[in-house]
Each structure stands twice: as structure tokens, then as C-alpha cells.
Design a protein around this ligand. Structure first.
Ligand code: ADQ
Length: 463
């Protein structure tokens, strides 16, 4: 088996089997993938330095070697907070209104990707499979090719690919898409994203698409596939049986005091539809006096990207909205929304998911959404809760037996919660089983194998 070189913006110290860091989905998924085949994980350390030196910090934990570099503050401003999170992230999540197009951002983005290429190049051995992740690094493959790297290189996009006409508003969109042709395989989370990408290639580039997924434009070609990411299901099921999970579950049930709990867990991000979720829940309370004092919403939302203004704004509006709803409905013994801005270790989180009768996952757009899958994996098969899922989360292509809703509609959210709370045990079990079957089959190892098999299946590139 070839060695795997994984590249992503942030590298986090990997966690062991059954470990319980406070990590996000990507970090957990990549640790699991790397544990299966030895390899290196390369990227930014998250630290800044006064002057970029290209010094690589190598560490080994749980069979995974991490290789990280520090960036300059200006790099972080322009590349990470700038082009990645103020230009590409909003645009790719259909938020034209929030996308900022500044030429300094694009320059910083290119500079940092060149820096990644320069420092990564000497670490790559001839038989390595190189797998680059996400929107921070679109051009990295091209820059590695420019330096003579002839290995198989794949790229996986964790966020949605936007509709063709929307992408046209990005200055230099064509240049960005052309860099994808430096890869051997490009993977998307959903069929929907793959279709949008193909639309662009056909309509904007005059390209062709073969039956095996090979996309050709001019003399260049690569294979574009859809390859939905999963969770480490066995690991998460085990985490939900751990002592910490059981204790968290017990404490949660005690504090719920017989009330039904609805849970939301999201990074604090405008793409997650948190305002719309609160408004949907408010609608539920408006139309159901009998539920007052009988249910509560626990929303866990750790702040992220707080240097970016739109994230400060969403935080302020959620503070105001949760305050308003609690002010209007709370009683001396009952608060309708418990709104918590912090992260929890994974095993505790698993116990909390298990204590919730309803999992409320309502992003306005999401590449996949791993919380939906974690909620399912943490349930008690004898008495499972109900997942309410936005049709605009990538996960909706797989979890078709969840209650699928339009997250823009307060009415649909309120009705789905009512339906979930009243659902018979038999129906809850049948829906849960169908979702769980998918999560067990298409887990993170399946994802890793599907992608690397596609990459191993292509003829080696000429640099
Ligand atoms: P995210 O936008 O971060 O990921 P998601 O897939 O839901 O979204 O993953 C979030 C992860 O963070 C989950 O594993 C969750 O458990 C964890 N998390 C969230 N809040 C937490 C808290 N308070 N405490 C502890 N852990 C918490 C991006 C894309 C997604 C895509 C993933 C993976 O936006 O669409 O599914 O990458 O490809």
C-alpha cells in the first residue's frame, strides 16, 4: 500500500482509538484515515511567526506523523481570514451577500499555497499518494506539479460546489477551476456538487465528460467523483458507551427533569441556519401552549473564525434572538433555550446526543454535516431519537429516512419537531435503522478507501 500524504489547512495532534479530543469532524476523519495506512499529515500549525522560514515541525503520535509550518500574520489575514473565509466560504455556501472580493486576499492565498508547495515538496517520496483537502488549497496541486512532482495527487472538497452561475461572480473563477486539472482525482461530497461542477465544465469551459467520470478540457483531464464523507461509526458508538458518555447522559437526563430535549450542535457559523432554527423553535412554542415547560432546546455552538466580522455579527444576533425567545417564554422553573458557546469532548457529546429526543440539524447549506451522523450513531437502538435534517445538507442524500425539511421555513421546522415528539416507537426505530445502516456502511474508512482506490486506479501523471 502506498504511503498517504494528507494535506489540510490545519493539522491537529491526532487522537488514538477511542480517544476523546474536542476536535472537529475533519480532524477526526483524517486521524482515522491515517491510522489505517501509515503516512504524514501536513499543514499549518495554527501558529504565526514574524518571518516565514519554512521550518517544518515533525511529530509522531498514535502512528501518525504530523508535519506543520508556521505562517506570518499577514498570511493568516489574507489567506485564511481573507480569501478562504471571506471570499470562498460564503460564495460556496450561496452567500453572495457576504462574499468579499479583494485582490490582496487572492494574492495572499496564492502566496501561502506556494509556501505550502515549497515546504511540502521535499517530504514527498516517489510512491506516495498525495491527498489535498478543501477550499484553502485549490491551487496547491498545480504548484506541486510546477515543481516537478509527478505522484498521483487527489483533491477533496469538504464544502458544497456552488451552482455554475453563482461561481461566475468570483473574479478569476476560471483560473481557480483550471488548477483542479492538475489533480488526478477530484472528489465532491454529493452528487449535487458533482453535477454543479460538471455544469461549469460543460457550459463555461466547453469540456466533455466521459462515462467513467473523466472530465476533459482542451488537452487536460482528470477524474471527478462524488465520495461522501462518513464518521468513524464504531469509534463513535463506543464513545457513546464510555463511562464519560454514560455519566453525561445521566446528568443530562437529570437536568432535563422529565422534559424532552431537542439538541443542536454546530460551529457558530451563518451557514448552519441557527437563526432560522431558533425562529422555527419559537414557532413551535407559539403554536403549542401544551409544550411550554415540557420541552427545551439545547443549542451547543462554539464560536469559530471570530476574527471575521460576519461571524461576530451572527454571534450578536443569536445572543439577541435566544434572549428574546427566553424572555418571552421562560418561566421560573423553565428556560426554553439553553444556549451554550463552548466545545465538549467527543465522549461527553455522545452522551448528550443520546439523551436528546430530537436532533435538529438545519444548515442553510452544508457540504455534508457530520453532526447528523454522530447523532444517529449515538442513539439507543431500543429507544432512538428522531433526526430532523435540512434538505440542503449533503447528508440528506444519504439519510433519506430522517425528517427532511426546508431550513428557511419556520413552519416546516416547527411541524417536524411536533411530528418527531409524537412519533411512535416503531416508526422511530424504522427510521433510525435506515439511517444507521447507511452510517455503518458508508463510514470514514469507506470514504477513505473509495477516494484512494479512485486515485490508485488512475495512470500516473506526467509532471
Ligand atoms: P463543519 O462545518 O465543521 O465541517 P460538521 O460536518 O458538522 O461541520 O462537523 C463539525 C464537527 O465538529 C463534528 O464532528 C462535531 O461533533 C464537532 N463539534 C461541533 N460542535 C462541537 C462542540 N461544541 N464540542 C465538540 N465538538 C463539536 C466541514 C463541512 C461539513 C463537512 C465536514 C467534513 O462544512 O459540511 O461535513 O467539514 O467533511
Amino acid at each position: 500500500m502506498s504511503r498517504l500524504v494528507i494535506v489540510s489547512n490545519r493539522v491537529q495532534p491526532p487522537i488514538g482509538e477511542g480517544g476523546s479530543g474536542g476536535q472537529g469532524g475533519l480532524a477526526v476523519a483524517l486521524s482515522a484515515a491515517l491510522r489505517e495506512s501509515s503516512g504524514i499529515w501536513f499543514g499549518w500549525s495554527g501558529e504565526t511567526t514574524e518571518q516565514f522560514t519554512g521550518h517544518i515541525n515533525l511529530q509522531r503520535n498514535f502512528g501518525v506523523t504530523t508535519a506543520t509550518i508556521d505562517l506570518e500574520e499577514q498570511d493568516v489575514d489574507e489567506y485564511y481570514n481573507g480569501y478562504a473565509n471571506r471570499t470562498l466560504w460564503p460564495l460556496f455556501h450561496y452567500r453572495m451577500d457576504l462574499a468579499e472580493f479583494e485582490s490582496g486576499f487572492a494574492e495572499g492565498y496564492e502566496r501561502v499555497n506556494q509556501r505550502f508547495a515549497e515546504t511540502l515538496e521535499p517530504l514527498i517520496e516517489p510512491d506516495d499518494l498525495v491527498w489535498i483537502h478543501d477550499y484553502h488549497m485549490f491551487p496547491l496541486g498545480q504548484y506541486l506539479r510546477d515543481r516537478g512532482i509527478a505522484n498521483r495527487i487527489g483533491f477533496f472538497l469538504h464544502i458544497p460546489w456552488p451552482p455554475y452561475r453563482l461561481l461566475l461572480s468570483l473574479p478569476n473563477h476560471r483560473q481557480l477551476v483550471e488548477t483542479l486539472f492538475a489533480y488526478d482525482v477530484v472528489g465532491f461530497q454529493t452528487r449535487d456538487s458533482l453535477d454543479s461542477f460538471r455544469d461549469y465544465v460543460l457550459q463555461e469551459m466547453g469540456g466533455t465528460i466521459a462515462e467513467d467520470g473523466r472530465v476533459t478540457v482542451g488537452g487536460r483531464s482528470m477524474v471527478a467523483i462524488h465520495c461522501p464523507i462518513g464518521i468513524d461509526t464504531d469509534n463513535f458508538k463506543d464513545a457513546s458507551q464510555s463511562t464519560a458518555a454514560r455519566y453525561a447522559h445521566y446528568r443530562m437526563r437529570q437536568s432535563a427533569n422529565g422534559r424532552d430535549m431537542i439538541i443542536g450542535v454546530d460551529r457558530l457559523d451563518y451557514s448552519k441556519g441557527l437563526q432560522e432554527r431558533f425562529l422555527g423553535y419559537e414557532r413551535l412554542l407559539q403554536q403549542n401552549d401544551n409544550l411550554h415547560g415540557e420541552v427545551f432546546l439545547l443549542q451547543i455552538a462554539p464560536p469559530s473564525r471570530s476574527d471575521v466580522q460576519s461571524y461576530q455579527e451572527i454571534r450578536a444576533s443569536l445572543d439577541a434572538l435566544s434572549g428574546r425567545i427566553n424572555g418571552a417564554y421562560a418561566d421560573v422553573e423553565w428556560v426554553p433555550i439553553r444556549y451554550v458557546n463552548r466545545g465538549y469532548p467527543r465522549d461527553r457529546l455522545a452522551g448528550i446526543y443520546r439523551a436528546a429526543k430530537v436532533g435538529l440539524v438545519t444548515p442553510l447549506r452544508d457540504g455534508m454535516n457530520l453532526v447528523a451522523k454522530e447523532y444517529i450513531a449515538a442513539q439507543d437502538p431500543e429507544d432512538p431519537g428522531v433526526l430532523i435534517l435540512s434538505r440542503f445538507a449533503g447528508a440528506a442524500e444519504q439519510l433519506t429516512e430522517a425528517l427532511l425539511i426546508n431550513p428557511y421555513s419556520a413552519e416546516e421546522i416547527a411541524d417536524a419537531i411536533e411530528q418527531a415528539l409524537a412519533m411512535s416507537l416503531e416508526e422511530r426505530q424504522a427510521r433510525w435503522r435506515a439511517c444507521m445502516d447507511n452510517i455503518e456502511k458508508e463510514d470514514v474508512m469507506w470514504w477513505r478507501r473509495r477516494f484512494t482506490a479512485a486515485l490508485e486506479g488512475v495512470t500516473q501523471s506526467a509532471a
